[in-house]
Design a binder for this molecule. Sequence first.
Ligand SMILES: [Zn+2]
Length: 451
Amino acid sequence: MKIMPWYALLVLVVSQTAGSQPPRTTPILFEGARLIVGDGSAPLEGSAFIVENNTFTRIGKKGELRLPAGATRVDLSGKTVMPAIVDVHGHPGYRKDATFSADNYTRANLADILNRYAYYGVAAVLEAGTGRGDLPFEIRAGSQPGARLRTAFRGIAMPNAGPAPPMRDAPFGVTTEAEARRDVQELAARKVDLIKIWVDDRAGTVPKLTPPLYRAVIDEAHKHDLRVVAHVVELADAKELLRAGVDGFAHLVRDKDVDDELIGLLKQRPNVFVLPTLWGERRLIHSEKPAWLNAPMLRDTLTDGDIKQLGDSFEGAATPEAGEKARQYWRMLARTIATLNAAGVRLGLGTDTGGNNGGQYFGWASQIEMETMVSAGLTPAQVLVAATRNSAQILRLDELGTIALGKSADFIVLDANPLDDIANTRRIAKVYLRGREIDRTALKAGWAGRS
Ligand SMILES: [Zn+2]
């Protein structure tokens, strides 16, 4: 038998540490926090929970759980704990600071973006149909420290008619049902998390994916146990997509109020999900600059230039006419959300961050989305369920979404209770992903050094 040199052993140890399973950690007992489980149940006051091997292994009341041997204790008295957020609609990779280009789609930029999501408490994000090459799969399978990446890889649209440039060439362009089925088969072989389709003529500028084509996509996807999420604008398209068996919507219907026929179709399909994706509508719904533009936390990840660009984007509502138009549009979207909610439709959280309407506000937008959903009339408790449990279920991320035994320890420690005021989800003291605290101080210092 050949004896291995010492440096071969070192390689062995390093490669084991770098595998997809995070290394074991000593048990930690967290005591005293108000615990929001994420399933809509009443919060547990004065909680205690134990995290061991990166998962929740005990949950109870303070004083009931004994400190395991070798464990450390973390006092969370006065704090609130909620599950980490899941964002089901993003387009990471193209934005880098103020630039927007396919050249930015690199491993380093994707890793930085996943850190930005993590900084604001997001545990996972779906790349919604704009993936390129092997990177999304390599990152999904890897063990980089930020938010988890899930991917629809390349979505499906008519040729050159999906998302606007520079993402336009990412999706498959299809003109026949045979092509559509072949593309779905390729996506199934790569084990995508969802299939994204665009059913939108971009105000008459591009051809819209036709019903025979999306029926073929949906039928082929379901044969492979894959679900299809649609970018949609018009009520008539949403109805036809539901009749074709679509599994979710990446946006609200935005051309008119929803009607009883749509709600009837949704009630027949209780698993269909809807992402309001209000962040993507922010320039159309705000009649004045939002107050959160002044939040110091915005400066943790963004440069002054980024923030000025964001602020300037709200100038369009400066005239009285534009302001009134924005108010009317916002009231229509709020009515739609209220109608969907009253009908028991499953709502999730999406932002479109990284895309044309989403900008470079990774993670921050996921935070603001929750506040906007409350402004639309949902309760903070409903929004927290949508942003955690529902969104994790939509992505079939069984280890995320709630604080429960056996789940991955992905949670946010807050200085104030978001059930009192949803904006308190931004009063972040700590973020834990996979049982480990995110070093937010180091991340912030890195971003500050760049500007
Ligand atoms: Zn999108």
